[in-house]
Design a protein around this ligand. Structure first.
Ligand code: AOF
Ligand code: ZN
Length: 327
């Protein structure tokens, strides 16, 4: 199953709005004979990819391992369950049930007399497809924030100096993280302060008063979606984030990575599903330096938002924390 997850990740950046799926096939003696993955939206599912590579029937009586319940419906592709049954697979090992209401593959396989083992590495499989799960169950985009701070939680000095807080290694990882999301979102303030390129297929720019420098590097590539006070409702002098999230979701943007300053990061906490927080071993010691979440005043520490840390990774000399909101 761990191998399925790894194979599935090959599809990152290509399969949305479909899930990431990888598949391993073993022969009747337990030897690995094929692997496959869902490589691109509209193309073969992982199970079909793995099974079509086998042409001598060596999978007969064997085991198929897949991180998501095989589909049983006609979508862009025919049902994987039919091919699994046709090829004489005797046992199917599944990571998680499909949350797509059209899919009822486990029942179909069981009815065909195939042994089913469910829930293998389920937590990891659900995390792999956290975007797909949110989309299918809530009809909303998955919202992530990426920030990079000093040990004292600062993203820039008071006059905006921020290049570079984290190391080259950490910044290379950011490129991989971006690839997992359909679009990145930032603001005119961040663009005007840093002039970032933010290499990505789709970019959402919040620019209430159309103040972004038209020559900014961000405009050099990718599809640009700009929201301003003419096309978006404004609440308390801020563009209505919920409206924007719904709007882009309708346009096929199923996940968003926010890369901006403390104001947008703070406002987005209400909607955020996951935070990627790089920390560099530096201290500014400056109370007026800019903070990564900066949007309100509280007087009781118990009013803080609470999170659960999911992982701590080393990108020497920096670290990456990922955390999820407690809901
Ligand atoms: C699988 N294996 O590799 C994928 C699955 O339109 P289609 O035919 O691509 O079907 C999309 C749905 O099929 C998707 O919403 C999800 O429920 C399932 N995706 N299923 O068994 C795969 N990509
Ligand atoms: Zn399928």
């Amino acid at each position: 199953m761990a191998k399925c997850i790894k194979l599935a990740r090959t599809g990152e950046g290509y399969v949305s709005p479909n899930p990431l799926v990888g598949c391993v096939v073993l022969d009747k003696d337990g030897n690995e004979i094929s692997t496959g993955y869902h490589a691109k939206y509209g193309e073969n599912h992982a199970e079909r990819d793995a099974l079509l590579k086998l042409t001598n029937g060596e999978e007969k009586g064997g085991t198929l391992i897949v991180n998501l319940e095989p589909c049983s419906h006609y979508g862009k592709t025919p049902p994987c369950t039919d091919l699994i049954i046709e090829r004489g697979i005797k046992r199917v090992v599944i990571g998680m049930n499909d949350v797509n209401p059209k899919v009822d593959g486990i029942k179909k396989l069981k009815d065909a007399g195939i042994e089913i083992i469910e829930g293998v590495l389920e937590k990891e499989c659900r995390q792999l497809n956290e975007i797909f799960i949110k989309n299918m169950t809530q009809n909303k985009p998955f919202i992530a924030i990426k920030t990079a701070t000093t040990l004292d939680g600062k993203i820039a000095t008071s006059n905006g100096s921020s290049k570079w807080i984290t190391s080259e290694r950490a910044r290379a990882e950011v490129k991989k993280i971006r690839n997992r999301y359909d679009a990145i979102m930032t603001t005119s303030s961040t663009i005007n302060a840093d002039n970032p390129t933010m290499e990505h297929r789709k970019k959402i720019i919040l620019d209430r008063e159309l103040k972004t420098n038209p020559n900014a590097k961000i405009y050099q590539s990718g599809e640009i979606h700009t929201f301003n006070k003419d096309n978006t409702p404004v609440i308390d002098n801020k563009l209505d984030l919920e409206f924007i999230f719904n709007k882009v979701y309708e346009q096929g943007i199923k996940s968003i990575l926010i890369e901006s300053g403390g104001h947008l990061n703070g406002e987005a906490l209400k909607y955020v599903d996951k935070i990627y927080h790089f920390i560099a071993p530096k201290i500014t010691g400056d109370n007026s330096a800019k903070s990564c979440f900066d949007y309100r005043t509280i007087n009781d520490i118990n009013e803080s938002k609470n999170f659960t840390i999911n992982s701590v990774e080393n990108f020497n000399p920096d670290i990456l924390l990922t955390y999820y909101p407690n809901r």
